[in-house]
Write a protein that binds this ligand. Structure first.
Ligand code: TRP
Length: 324
């Protein structure tokens, strides 16, 4: 039997090369590895803690699903659905809420960080780890691939599973986290890590004009074309490397080291390569954008598969707590 993998994705804004090479690509590789039965869902209830605008929620959610599908997520191999279409997630959250205490939830890093920044914290944010535990435990996940910052949430899910099992009887499996190594730290156009919050991104499915504008804005120093440059210090090259074939990479490396390749030429080559590399995905993305019925029918299919499992888990839970 394949191991069950559960992963939630939160819409955060326009996707960029950093999201693709830092996360999406590995995810697609994992799916294709065949070792896991992945459940992937849009964590829209989690997103509601911060996105409180109808149009924004709709657009960001739809775009994210299109981006994952365009990047190679295969709805035959992956059960893909929206958290908000399965009320079982919030139902189970409520039951778990009765098993955890406030001081225990106050230990969550996300809560502590928000508090340290003197932010006003809504109950949804406070309860974030409990909803996440429900997402994971519902499907008997073996493995949860997460970033380092989410490791604690998976530990908390394990504790909740244990607490439920001790209190009411065996219903949940203890999941393990798979902490994703940052395979590729993608530098942004200013050299810091590429991130929406630094406004230094190259958009993944932007128009040619948008991508060009970002690439032409990549920071360089004042060396002339004929000067020798250290490729490790050239941001254009660092980004190019992620997409270039070995031959292309060596050619740019040589041109920079030996002189002869100026930053303008390097940027032009990076632009050409970026457009070429993402062309097939962009084509799929644009087609999906024009065909929301198809996207929603894929989600519907995933929802049906997830629902069967969620219903049977909730039946068991309700029996154990004495509702049935
Ligand atoms: N908290 C995760 C993030 O910010 C998203 C998420 C919600 C999730 N529920 C999950 C991830 C369940 C894995 C499993 O990235």
């Amino acid at each position: 039997m394949k191991k069950i993998l559960v992963s939630g994705i939160k819409p955060t804004g326009e996707l960029h090369l950093g999201n693709y090479f830092g996360a999406i690509k590995q995810f697609v590789d994992l799916q294709n590895g065949g070792e896991f039965a992945p459940f992937v869902f849009l964590a829209d209830y989690h997103a509601l803690n911060s996105i409180q605008n109808k149009d924004e929620m709709k657009k960001l959610s739809f775009d994210l699903i299109c981006a994952y599908l365009a990047s190679g997520l295969d709805s035959e191999k992956v059960t893909l659905y929206r958290q908000s279409t399965l009320p079982e997630h919030t139902e189970l959250t409520w039951i778990f809420n009765t098993l955890v205490t406030m001081p225990w939830l106050m230990r969550a890093h996300a809560f502590k960080d928000a508090e340290a920044k003197d932010k006003e914290i809504n109950i949804g944010t406070f309860d974030y780890p409990v909803l996440m535990a429900a997402d994971i435990l519902m499907y008997d996940a073996d493995i949860v691939p997460v970033g380092q910052d989410q490791k604690q949430h998976v530990e908390m899910a394990r504790e909740i599973a244990r607490k439920f099992n001790q209190t009411f009887g065996e219903a949940f499996k203890e999941p393990k986290e798979m902490v994703k190594e940052e395979v590729a730290v993608v530098p942004g156009i200013d050299g810091q890590k590429m991130s929406k919050s630094y406004k230094n991104v190259i958009p993944l499915f932007g128009s040619e004009e948008e991508i060009k504008k970002a690439i032409m804005g990549i920071v360089t120093d004042s060396k002339n074309p004929e000067d020798s440059k250290n490729p490790e210090e050239v941001i254009v090259y660092q980004i190019y490397k992620l997409m270039a074939t070995e031959g292309e990479r060596l050619a740019m490396e040589k041109g920079l080291k030996e002189g002869g390749m100026g930053y303008g030429d390097a940027k032009k080559e990076l632009l050409r390569k970026t457009l070429e590399y993402f062309a097939p995905m962009k084509e799929k993305y644009d087609a999906l954008q024009k065909n929301p019925e198809k996207v929603y029918s894929i989600l519907k299919e995933g929802e049906k598969r997830a629902k069967a499992l969620a219903e049977s888990k909730m039946k068991k839970v309700k029996e154990l707590v004495g509702f049935e």
